[in-house]
Design a protein around this ligand. Structure first.
Ligand code: DAK
Length: 258
């Protein structure tokens, strides 16, 4: 597929996907989301890739779904075009770690897209919000569900009911983002983090991601059980022996991802 709304590149086992509709603050159109889903398909299947880094530009990660595209839709249009949702959900179904590197606006679908990723890091100019209430609607692709899990009920209600935004520091304090950087170093730091994670054992990364995500869906005792089973399974991996031997031999591990 030839991409017109995103840009992709590969560096050090990291696939970098850049949302690229700067004139509309990276408003997430159907075509853009189709391209993004296609890129994730390709990078997930590519053994050379360990991590996907999703980013925008210095003014916007994404200012939401494309309002111009939605304005004339009917309820039946939205309900029937479920493929629209499938493109979005592709991100949260990816087994490889995805890092969202956010500068500027991450609003509505932009905030929801970032929350579908595994880690959000951001620039000090980042602003997160679910302003759909101001458009007479509500968040439609996880805003009411993932935000409460990230920041708790008080802030999720506050943001979704008032449509206010959260700046980078508040987002870090609230647990929505894991790291905040000065805007001019975000790109370098995001790449450093992505390359560091991409340098780990792939099956270990998959297991960690799966176990953490399981915590959203299950009870503590079931989650602990699931984690323990994966931990036992990890001892069938060559990377387990290699990682532990390398530590004792004071050398860097050589992962075979097996
Ligand atoms: N859609 C379309 N165009 C947008 C846009 C958006 N979300 N955000 C900005 N733009 C366009 C503006 O119309 C403007 O275009 P021109 O007038 O130059 O042609 C250009 O980007 C620059 O924007 P501004 O002139 O407004 O720039 P400012 O710096 O003054 O303001 C702003 C920046 C981010 C505060 C403002 O643009 C803004 O409030 N934007 C809208 C934010 C918003 O309401 N986002 C939520 C959209 S609703 C679902 C999937 C997704 C969704 C739901 C369901 N399913 C799969 C079920 C998601 C829904 C949403 O995200």
């Amino acid at each position: 597929m030839k991409y017109e709304n995103i840009h992709t590149s590969v560096r050090d086992a990291v696939a970098i996907v850049t949302l690229n509709r700067p004139k509309v603050l990276n408003a997430l159109s159907h075509d853009m989301m189709t391209e993004l889903a296609d890129a994730v398909d390709g990078f997930e299947a590519d053994d050379a890739i360990g991590v996907i880094l999703l980013t925008g530009n210095e003014k916007a990660f994404a200012a939401g779904a494309d309002i111009a595209e939605m304005v004339e839709k009917t309820s039946v249009d939205m309900y029937m075009s479920d493929h629209f949702a499938r493109n979005w959900e592709r991100i949260s179904k990816c087994r490889k770690p995805i890092i969202a590197s956010v500068a500027g606006h991450a609003l509505g679908g932009g905030c929801e897209l970032a929350m579908m990723c595994d880690i959000i890091i951001c620039a000090d100019n980042a602003r997160f919000g679910q302003p759909e209430v101001k458009l007479g609607v509500l968040p439609g692709i996880g805003g009411t569900q993932r935000l409460i899990r990230a920041v708790g009920k008080a802030k999720a209600m506050d943001m979704c009911l008032s449509g206010r935004t959260m700046d980078a520091r508040e987002a870090e304090r609230a647990g929505l983002v894991s790291r905040v950087y000065a805007a001019d170093v975000l790109e370098v730091e995001a790449m450093k983090l992505a390359a560091e994670i991409a340098g780990m054992s792939r099956p270990a990364l998959y297991m960690i991601k799966e176990a953490i995500n399981r915590a959203y869906e299950t009870t503590l005792s079931e989650g602990l059980h699931f984690e323990r089973r994966l931990f036992h399974a990890a001892f069938a991996m060559q990377d387990q022996g290699e990682g532990m031997r390398a530590f004792l031999e004071k050398r860097a591990p050589e992962w075979t991802h097996s």
